[in-house]
Design a protein around this ligand. Structure first.
Ligand code: MRU
Length: 361
């Protein structure tokens, strides 16, 4: 995507092997990049959410394994890096997918060949993410086109499933960016997405830079807008989709799906195929990350030109912070993948990905 006339991806390798990322904890108030040179730094970037979003977590993990080959390319060193990176965030399955792929590929090689192979694999994972998202964008574009009547198509999205959550294009935003390229009028309702505000901070920032009309909403407003006929389509991402089509995504997604079902608004989930966990028979088995209570008790924002934190909850009150929820397949109109739109069911996914059907739970 373009920022101020320059094309950017969310992750890249420098000539010396340093891995560059955009520090998403600083957006939207500052645009800063960080260079990762150790496995600990790569793990911190994922855990502290300098990078986040399922596909980007996967790409960062792959680059983290590449960094590991510079530091200690032995079997033990690489297994330790796999364990460190794998312990960062539990819900997005792209993490495990990329780590397993990287470990398996490099362990098969002599130590001297591992570094080049690991960087090449990470670059391939990044390139393939871009291609998959671009392809799913094409399938989603057809749905936006079909929803077009008079005026802009109003699309509601939750969290940030934009290009910042991937290497490029985004998942839920890929159809939107394609629609904008085609000159189709679209307007995006952006859920603020408490507690970390990925919608208000990141999705709004992206859409503004791309010149796409959007409006930020308090999380509780979406149901009301759907009742009022102001939402034509919901497009969201997912961190892990079970083999039966249940989807885990940012907390609050389930409530949007319920409201969409009640009001007859189509609810689509956009995902590149590495987000499908073929080993899980249902969404009930998806591990849900519990994050720090501080994300609920405090908000950060700009005051007098400085980013400050403010406490917003009664001091001492107990706090829970589940970061994801599971939307059952029955509430999902369809799964938009790089191969087309699947029915959210075991049969629907198996029809698009027959090579996994035999191995799935
Ligand atoms: O906690 P985050 O910000 O990593 O959560 C991100 C999401 O829930 C996205 O919707 C999901 O990863 C799909 S993104 C392409």
């Amino acid at each position: 995507m373009w920022i101020d006339g320059k094309p950017w991806r969310t992750i890249w390798a420098e000539a010396d092997g340093t891995v560059g990322i955009i520090d998403q904890t600083k957006l939207p108030f500052a645009f800063e990049t960080v260079g990762l040179t150790t496995v600990a730094e790569a793990a911190h970037a994922i855990a502290a959410m300098q990078v986040r979003g399922a596909p980007l977590i996967g790409a960062t993990a792959a680059y983290g394994m590449a960094i590991a080959t510079r530091v200690d390319p032995s079997d033990a060193g690489l297994r330790a890096a796999h364990a460190t990176l794998g312990a960062t965030r539990p819900t997005a399955v792209n993490l495990r997918w990329a780590l397993d792929l990287a470990l398996e590929s490099v362990l098969a090689l002599p130590e001297g060949d591992r570094r080049a192979a690991a960087y090449a694999l990470a670059a391939r994972i990044a390139d393939e993410d871009v291609a998959r998202n671009r392809a799913l964008g094409e399938h989603g574009l057809a749905l936006i086109r079909a929803a077009q009547a008079d005026g802009p198509v109003n699309i509601l999205t939750h969290c940030n499933a934009g290009w910042l959550a991937t290497v490029d294009w985004g998942t839920a935003t890929a159809p939107i960016y394609r629609a904008a390229e085609e000159g189709m009028p679209v307007h995006v309702w952006v859920d603020e997405t408490r507690p970390r505000n990925q919608g208000g901070h990141l999705t709004a920032w992206e859409l503004a830079r791309a010149g796409i009309p959007h409006t930020v909403l308090a999380d509780n407003a979406g149901g009301h807008l759907m009742q009022a006929g102001q939402v034509d389509l919901c497009l969201v991402g997912t961190d892990r989709t079970a083999a039966n089509g249940d989807v885990a995504n940012k907390i609050g997604t389930y409530l949007k799906a319920l409201a969409a079902q009640d009001t007859g608004v189509p609810f689509y989930v956009c995902l590149p195929s590495p987000t499908i966990d073929w080993t899980l028979g249902s969404g009930a088995e998806i591990p849900i990350e519990e994050r720090s209570p501080r994300e609920v008790t405090h908000v950060s924002g700009l005051a007098d030109g400085f980013v400050v934190e403010a406490e917003i909850v009664n001091p001492g009150s107990p706090v829970a912070n589940p970061a994801f929820d599971v939307t059952p397949a029955r509430l999902v109109t369809g799964l938009i993948t790089e191969r087309g739109v699947a029915e959210a069911s075991r049969d629907g996914l198996a029809a698009l990905f027959p090579e996994h059907a035999l191995t799935s739970a």
